[in-house]
Design a protein around this ligand. Sequence first.
Ligand SMILES: Cc1cc2nc3c(=O)[nH]c(=O)nc-3n(C[C@H](O)[C@H](O)[C@H](O)COP(=O)(O)OP(=O)(O)OC[C@H]3O[C@@H](n4cnc5c(N)ncnc54)[C@H](O)[C@@H]3O)c2cc1C
Length: 418
Amino acid sequence: MDTILANPWKDRRPDGYDVVVVGSGYGGSITAARLANATLNPHRTVCILERGQEWPIGKFPDNLGDLLGNTYNPLLNPLGLYEFDVFPDIAVIKGNGLGGTSLVNANVAIRPEPDVFATWPSALRQASQIGESKPGSLWNYYKLAEETLEVSSHPTGSSLKKFQALKKRALELGLLVETLPLAVNFQKEGVEVFQRNGKSIVKRKCIDCGDCVTGCNVGAKNTLYMNYLPLAKAGGAHIFTQSEVEHIEKGQDDHWIIHVNHRDDPVSSDEATIIARTVILAAGALGTPTILLRSRDEGLSTSPTLGSRFSGNGDFFALAYNSNQVTDILGWGNHQADPISKLVRAGPSIMGLVRYHEKELPNQRFVIEDLSIPLGRIGMLPLWPFVFCQALSRVIRTVLRRRSDLTRISWALMFRVL
Ligand SMILES: Cc1cc2nc3c(=O)[nH]c(=O)nc-3n(C[C@H](O)[C@H](O)[C@H](O)COP(=O)(O)OP(=O)(O)OC[C@H]3O[C@@H](n4cnc5c(N)ncnc54)[C@H](O)[C@@H]3O)c2cc1C
């Protein structure tokens, strides 16, 4: 695949780096961007090591075959984009690529409520209690991240069918529905974010195609590939993709030795070491402990609590179907010439939110958000017979109940009833 941000593997500095950042998700990209651009004397050399590959815009899977073909597997498909880890009591979805899970997440950029920090380490708790724009306030950093990720709300999001469905239920319960702040570009068209060797990364306006979580092929999603990673690169950071950190070891003179498996392709790999004065492990909630556990097996001294006290983010997915509310949640991808794409308007994966039990303690509260599902065009193909039967039974019932309501017998029903 063409690369714009990644350096060739042979370009690594033989004498190592001041800072090596492992992983290019939010943790890694933001840290690398800020360090690479810090006005320090001397300037710090920074490198990012990312296990997955670079995903230029327009190359994300867009059909069932490519989607399945890009499922990560450490042995069979180590460069696959979508990683699913299924354990007895939790399932984890992650992105494996330059930009980490930002490539496949739902773009919602909402701030936590302040009392969430009550049980966090004291430095964060105290910083969360300082009001925004005052020195030392945690909220100043949220603002900075929101500006860099260019967070905004969908200008016409409240007209989306799924938002109206959420609103209808909220009103029935006497609750409010909110449009969410999203890391999605709704305004700028054709803005070049970065260019190198005649290739560029270009930002485009969201087309409401609904395919955010399989990877945005429009260039509208403000993933880390569109902001912090180009910023890191512009600050001189070296970015090596397809470079999996196996373990780290403390060398002489307090330097770190990083053991890396670099893959030119999914089947071959070479082992190499990189030296760093500082290593920042930002390989995700599972990736970082995995590297540390492997390092411990190789003799690194670690905390006895390593790998414990882990929790998920408490997300549940639920699907309602065959209701009398049209929701238009099947994404159709970036196929603007396709006539059905004019009929379907799924919108960004998540757009609206309703807060439940707002006045209760944090562990009693929950929110419900709408959700669009990508790959309606082809990915849902195996479900069409089921959708068709549901639609048909619905049509028959509707006709029997209200003979005049023939407008409901339409193609749109088949495509939009889910
Ligand atoms: C489908 C989905 C939707 C989501 N929607 C939202 C949302 O709307 N809003 C929100 O706030 N959050 C959302 N999230 C969660 C959010 O995306 C993650 O919490 C966030 O991306 C985690 O960032 P991170 O930097 O910790 O890890 P990651 O983004 O996972 O980055 C870790 C990186 O490290 C790399 N890596 C792992 N092991 C190694 C290794 N050994 N060597 C080198 N590199 C390695 C990985 O390939 C990856 O690129 C969503 C998540 C998913 C899966």
